[in-house]
Design a protein around this ligand. Structure first.
Ligand code: MRU
Length: 369
């Protein structure tokens, strides 16, 4: 008699925290090599964020939360008084905070950890105890991110028709988050419940997160999928072959304008023209309630080499001018809904976002609206 055995693959994760060391999966080397680097200093974490060893808004935020633990540990090796500790920590936290400009999850995580330390300082907690609290908070933020992604997955999947053909841009999967994924989390949940029959992944020029990371994740999960160049998405929509588009976000303003990987805005415009639902999937840490509209979102400009050089080979002539913004802003009116862990937000966004964030701050139960 034949017997079958099922081997469960380990869940993909971009980061691990073990023995006060941060381990980051080097995303610049995927899918060809699986290389983990270890970090015991905040300076190392800053470099990892800047060089995109770790990338994706929520994953950057979590790396920063652990980075704050490393920074604090470094400082209390030499300083023993709270006032001096905070003074020495400030420039390290500031540098970490500024390591990439667009993903607000980074600033959110640094702020969460800084606030915890200010409370600890007020209470004059022993420094080693504060270090343990800071570490425990980073681990909690990490767990909460994975749980939030799973909730967004279930909520988002509920919006989709059966056997939907979906399109995504950049990488908003397990590797861009604490695990499971935002937009790709919805796709995973939809596939698991028979609501997704096929996924098209944009390659996402210039850094190719779609070709390298989303394609890898989709194949890892066994989800039927096809890789396309970014300029092929409009034609697929014109042919009626896309039922919905799902993307993540790096920062969402109070009015619902959403910054995400460059190319997202053009997808939203084309989706609007072809009446394809366009969904943004993001946890609370991606919302910037302080910014009234998306025009205030700082957009990272990246190296010209990302455009002129492919596979270490120069394509464009030397001296050619290059424009290379890493992100663009999709205006709220082009977004069909924003899927969060607690609510599916629809226009008008400003009121919904403010009520939802307010409820969260007060710790009230929130339900789908
Ligand atoms: O430059 P990156 O790779 O950090 O940009 C990432 C994105 O734009 C993602 O789509 C975004 O962070 C989605 S959130 C999981």
């Amino acid at each position: 008699m034949l017997s079958t055995t099922t081997t469960l693959k380990p869940a993909l994760t971009p980061l691990r925290w073990e023995a006060r060391t941060l381990f980051l999966l080097d995303q610049t080397q995927l899918p060809l090599s699986t290389v983990w680097h270890s970090y015991t200093t905040v300076e190392g974490v800053v470099e990892a964020i800047q060089t995109m060893v770790v990338r994706g808004a929520p994953a950057i935020g979590l790396a920063a939360a652990y980075g704050m633990v490393l920074a604090f540990q470094q400082v209390i090796n030499t300083e023993t008084q709270w006032a001096l500790v905070l003074e020495a920590l400030k420039p390290l936290a500031t540098e970490l905070n500024a390591s990439r400009p667009t993903a607000v999850n980074l600033m959110w995580a640094v702020q969460q950890q800084w606030q915890l330390l200010q409370q600890a300082a007020l209470q004059e907690l022993p420094l080693e105890q504060a270090l343990k609290a800071l570490e425990a908070n980073a681990v909690t933020l990490h767990q909460q991110d994975v749980e939030a992604n799973q909730r967004m997955g279930a909520l988002g999947a509920s919006l989709l028709p059966a056997h939907a053909r979906l399109l995504t841009h950049c990488n908003a999967g397990a590797l861009a988050t604490g695990g499971y994924g935002t937009a790709l989390g919805v796709i995973r949940a939809a596939y698991a419940t028979g609501k997704c029959s096929h996924v098209f992944a944009d390659e996402t020029r210039p850094r190719l997160q779609g070709a390298q990371l989303t394609a890898y994740e989709l194949m890892y999960e066994g989800i039927p999928s096809t890789l396309i160049c970014d300029n092929m998405a409009a034609s697929l929509m014109q042919q009626g072959r896309i039922d919905a588009i799902l993307v993540g976000a790096d920062r969402i303003a109070a009015n619902g304008d959403a910054a995400n990987k460059i190319g997202t805005y053009s997808l939203a415009v084309v989706a609007h023209y072809h009446q394809v639902p366009f969904y943004v999937v993001a946890p609370a840490s991606t919302f910037d309630g302080e910014l009234p509209t998306g025009t205030g979102i700082p957009i990272e400009e990246r190296s010209t080499q990302e455009v002129t050089v492919v596979n270490q080979q120069r394509l464009a002539p030397e001296g050619m001018n290059v424009y290379n913004p890493g992100f663009d802003v999709t205006p709220a009116h082009l977004i069909t809904a924003i899927i969060t862990p607690d609510v599916i937000l629809k226009a008008p966004y400003a009121a919904g976002i403010s009520a939802w964030l307010g409820n969260r701050a007060e710790g009230l139960a929130v339900t789908t609206v």
